[in-house]
Design a binder for this molecule. Sequence first.
Ligand SMILES: [Fe+2]
Length: 147
Amino acid sequence: MTVTNQESCTNIHKIADGIYRINTPVDLGEGNKFSFNQYLVRDDEPLLFHTGLRKMFPLVKEAVASVMLVEKIRYVAISHVEADGCGSLNEWLAVAPQAEPVCSVVAAMVSVQDIADRPPRALADGEVLSLGSHSLQWHDTPHLPHG
Ligand SMILES: [Fe+2]
């Protein structure tokens, strides 16, 4: 694990070959703690799964930059439309000119086509997106994340 920002304690941890967890711990006070996590697949077509909050963009970008060029991000995938999942989606689209949002068909239809600065790639249930040596398979889970 490497701490990429001393003030926030944002860190990046290689969890598998080419796959990293980016973590920002948050202290909510009174002994309550929370963690924001994003996942990075570094491959021919790198994918960031979740962006974190919009105001966390500099922290997540700094963590990604510790292992690859941020402008090479090809996909920004989101499981659901909330600030923690896609708060900085458009910031990522701005710094990575080839990046496309990736989401479910329903998410594309009801939100992402509207909120994202570039059209999303909507994946159907079971569809596979090749990233190079890794691939992402989409599984529709209507209960996610708060069912
Ligand atoms: Fe969420």
